[in-house]
Design a protein around this ligand. Structure first.
Ligand SMILES: [Zn+2]
Length: 429
């Protein structure tokens, strides 16, 4: 090895060591502040959980928004409340922003609402040693406090001197107001304005969510010739609506099924002389006789997908199958969108590497990418098509959406530690 190469290598190692020690020194101050604030964090979580905020409890969702307004104002954020039109019957969304300097724009996502409405028997925060329980404690008031206390620790230790942070807490994550594009208009705008978005739904050190399937729905409607059953199959009567719907679903099963992560489920179907689709899409009543060829048939289902191309290809195949009608029948298929897919992009994978750099500084094993086909849709899905995204950064919980919902003080602390270091790294890029 020649001397100059040795020197430049040695300098490289030196500056790496210096940089790393610097980062570790900063880390120590931030982590110590998180520890100091831990009881305050748990108390705030208690206050949040004891304020009911079922999605349809508009006043309750706003009251939780007021608590965050107080807390984010106290750490120098400019806050705002976005009302939804009254007809949507939703509380609205909370937004807080603070610009620290030039640099990246980081969006931190949570939600204010829970699945527990005021008539639920599950309303109270309880604590027993490390275990804390309550409605929405893991999904996701715990995650909301992770965002607040991570930022609080960074601000109290003067660790942020660049970039902009926007906090966006939706008020209707558990049951998105309709129309969905109105309900998520400002949120999507915030996603487009950001360089990176982190969502704090329930998580664990072991897994990070950098992909989630999208979800959508479809309806097949068949009409056929009503006739005496003795004529079925002849040139005048044809196959009837029941056989036609069966053909369609059978071919969906045989020809559309296959690509990894693509699933579709006919949840309800009916065929007969008449089908009353009822007041809601979930309620169908059929009337028919065994000696009358069915005149009408309806099936409704869901469809989950890994990315937009897979969705479009599946829809195209379904349309082709629907058009290939049996004699004297005709059918239509309608699709509707709910959540876009959060695709595992190279940018999201690079974000996971950044999280794992934090894991390594905290001495925890690297997180793996959670299989997208096993995770349901969430708010992050609406913005993932526009911005580098990761989810699952909240507290590790169990029994979400049940009266056993719980997490631990330890998990609240661990999630806050890794969030603080990750946010700090992203802002100083
Ligand atoms: Zn949630």
């Amino acid at each position: 090895m020649n001397l100059s190469l040795f020197r430049s290598l040695a300098t490289g190692v030196m500056s790496f060591v210096l940089m790393n020690t610097h980062a570790l020194a900063d880390d120590a101050a931030v982590l110590a502040t998180i520890d100091t604030n831990q009881e305050a964090q748990v108390s705030l979580l208690e206050e949040l959980v004891n304020q009911n905020s079922g999605t349809l409890n508009i006043e309750g969702v706003r009251a939780v928004g007021e608590i965050f307004d107080r807390e984010f104002t106290a750490i120098g954020f400019k806050t705002d409340w976005i009302d939804m039109p009254a007809a949507m019957k939703r509380g609205g969304h909370f937004v807080a922003t603070r610009k620290f300097g030039p640099g990246p724009h980081v969006l931190l996502v949570g939600h204010l609402d829970t699945v527990f409405e005021p008539d639920s028997s599950f309303q109270q925060f309880t604590r027993e040693d490390d275990v804390i329980k309550g409605p929405g404690i893991a999904d996701m008031k715990g995650g909301d406090t992770v965002i607040l206390f991570a930022l609080k620790a960074l601000i109290e230790t003067n660790s942020i001197n660049a970039g902009t942070v926007t906090v966006f807490f939706t008020g209707d994550e558990e049951s998105v107001g309709k129309p969905g594009d109105r309900a998520r208009r400002e949120f999507i705008k915030a996603g487009k304005a950001a360089d990176v978005a982190l969502n704090f739904e329930g998580g664990s050190n072991e897994w990070a969510v950098i992909g989630r399937r999208g979800s959508s729905s479809w309806t097949v409607e068949v009409t056929a010739k009503r006739a005496h059953s003795s004529g079925i199959f002849n040139d005048n009567v044809g196959a009837g609506a029941a056989f036609e719907l069966s053909r369609i679903l059978n071919r969906f099963y045989g020809e559309v099924r296959g690509p990894k992560g693509l699933t579709f489920n006919p949840g309800i179907m009916a065929a007969g002389t008449t089908v009353d689709t009822g007041a809601t899409p979930y309620d169908q009543t059929a009337y028919g006789k065994s000696n009358v060829v069915a005149q009408t048939a309806v099936a409704r289902g869901g469809l989950r997908f890994m990315n937009a191309e897979q969705l479009e290809a599946a829809r195209e195949r379904m349309r082709g199958i629907v058009e290939d009608s049996l004699p004297h029948t005709s059918a239509t298929i309608r699709f509707s969108d709910a959540y876009p897919a959060m695709e595992v992009t190279p940018e999201n994978e690079a974000l996971l590497d950044k999280l794992n750099a934090v894991h390594s500084r905290l001495g925890i094993e690297p997180a793996k990418s959670f299989p997208p086909e096993r995770r349901g849709a969430a708010d992050i899905s609406f913005i993932a098509p526009f911005v580098t995204s990761m989810d699952g950064l909240g507290v590790s919980g169990n029994g979400s959406h049940t009266p056993r919902e719980a997490t631990t003080v330890t998990s609240v602390k661990e999630a806050t530690r890794r969030a603080a270091l990750l946010i700090s790294d992203l802002l100083s890029e």
